[in-house]
Write a protein that binds this ligand. Structure first.
Ligand code: ADP
Length: 469
């Protein structure tokens, strides 16, 4: 493929040649159309023809010459012919003015010849000489400058200097604009080249090449678009990488988290199956453990399903008016049954009156349960569980509180991210999914979740939801 620069050079050279040809051709045509009249060449030809006829005469007397001059005058009425002897005495004049010239007048007509050429008021005179028997004679041809061809451009190049005088300026006048455009073009080329290079380097793994281009033209715009695109690719690549890492972590956690309970289930089921338990109590314990572990696995699988659904962007929210205080009381009652009241003190602060809120009840219930599960699981050494609901104008605020080990400030943001678990997570039992689901549910209700945590004093998750959206 031809480089742009080469293309420009070719275009430039051909257009110079073409414009020159066009220029000459057009001026000749326009001259022929608008420039009627005699030019020097035709005048010379006329006089040469006359001189030839004159030279054929044996004497140069008036009666021999007169018919020749008259005939020429008849043919070219605009031209005046004079026939002079060498002393300036007039032999014949087609204008009828028989007049003799003295030397000064004669000289005047010759000297002023070049100046006369374009002066409208003065006639133009051309003089030709011939001789007979050693005696010189002159033929004067004159015409008014109106009768001359006006303004025709002739390209007579007789000397190198003449060439300089018109060809160089002409060439320069062609070249300067081209040079300027070449300059402009090469700067454009350079900028595009830089862009090209940078685009070539765009890669998910490599660092972003940021280009500087402050100009407001299209290339400047393109450069800015490139910059933002490169940055976007970079951040998306980071996101993908983060996500990828999360997935890897999830997979390893999952295999571990599923295998541990499964090993227990298999062990106890084996005991039951082979009847190798000692008494009824042991049997019951085995069954209880199997039940517990199975429930846990069921829950993990549920969470996995949630993640899969969220990935498919299928968190569909079906809003309906629900009595939130009643819903929460039901959940709390269930948890109270399950919790050992000896080791947990439970504080419930839910208003007696109905609080109707526009929510997707199963989703909100899932969020509350996730928070409660976490408070019990991670905050159990605080032996406290608080659950509250307050109305705040157009909002309701759900609070879940524990007094456990809490969450370090640097983790406050992170725990809401998918797969994130404090200290890599081996301390907990989950997959690092729970809170991210809670957050997505809350945000899909146009609400938000906040966390305040002082270890062993108060770890508080607050969910604020609008009553009507
Ligand atoms: P998981 O499914 O592993 O519980 P979550 O997203 O629910 O994941 O929680 C993320 C991390 O946040 C947990 O690993 C845990 O360390 C921390 N965390 C969550 N809730 C509490 C809490 N009430 N007290 C202390 N740590 C908590």
């Amino acid at each position: 493929m031809m480089k742009n620069r080469t293309k420009l050079w070719i275009i430039m050279l051909t257009s110079i040649v073409f414009s020159l040809i066009l220029f000459i051709w057009l001026t000749t045509i326009s001259g022929n159309i608008w420039n009627k009249g005699y030019d020097l060449n035709t005048l010379n030809a006329i006089s040469q023809e006359m001189l030839k006829a004159i030279e054929q005469q044996n004497t140069y007397d008036k009666d021999k010459i007169q018919p020749i001059l008259d005939q020429a005058h008849h043919k070219h009425p605009d031209l005046r012919f004079e026939w002079l002897a060498s002393d300036g005495s007039m032999l014949y004049d087609t204008s009828g003015e028989i007049q003799s010239y003295d030397f000064k007048q004669l000289a005047d007509r010759f000297i002023n010849l070049p100046n006369n050429l374009w002066d409208v008021n003065k006639p133009i005179t051309l003089a030709y000489s011939t001789s007979k028997n050693g005696q010189p004679y002159y033929l004067f041809l004159s015409l008014s400058s109106d009768a001359m061809k006006q303004g025709q451009v002739y390209f007579f190049v007789r000397t190198i200097k003449a060439l300089y005088s018109w060809a160089l300026p002409l060439l320069l006048s062609f070249l300067v604009p081209y040079m300027l455009s070449l300059l402009f073009f090469s700067s454009v080329n350079r900028r595009i080249g830089k862009l090209n290079q940078a685009l070539n380097l765009v890669n998910i793994r490599s660092d972003v090449v940021v280009l500087e281009d402050k100009s407001k033209d299209e290339i400047g715009q393109l450069t800015r678009h490139y910059n933002s695109m490169a940055q976007r690719i970079r951040s998306q690549a980071d996101e993908i990488e983060q996500f990828e890492n999360g997935r890897k972590l999830l997979l390893s956690n999952l295999s571990h988290d599923l295998r541990t309970p499964l090993t227990m289930i298999l062990g106890y089921a084996e005991t039951i199956h082979t009847g190798s338990y000692n008494n009824e109590n042991e049997l019951k314990t085995s069954a209880k453990i199997i039940l517990q572990r199975s429930r846990y696995m069921d829950k993990l699988l549920d969470q996995l399903l949630d993640i899969a659904r969220l990935d498919a962007n299928a968190l569909e929210v079906h809003l309906a008016a629900h009595n939130l205080s009643e819903m929460m009381r039901k959940i709390v009652a269930e948890y109270m049954l399950f919790l050992d009241e000896q080791s947990f003190s439970i504080e419930v602060d839910i208003p007696d009156e109905d609080i109707h809120v526009l929510i997707d009840a199963p989703l909100i219930e899932r969020a509350i349960r996730n928070l409660l599960d976490n408070a019990i699981r991670y905050g159990k050494d605080g032996h406290f569980l608080g659950i509250g609901l307050v109305e705040e104008g157009d909002y309701v605020c759900i609070t879940i509180k524990d007094k456990g080990r809490g969450i370090a400030p640097e983790d406050h943001e992170l725990i809401f991210e998918r797969f994130y678990r404090v200290d890599g997570g081996r301390s907990g039992e989950g997959l690092g999914i729970g809170l991210s689901i809670v957050k997505e549910i809350v945000e899909s209700h146009q609400g938000h979740i906040r966390l305040i945590s002082t270890p062993h004093l108060k770890t508080l998750f607050m969910v604020r939801l609008p009553k009507n959206q």
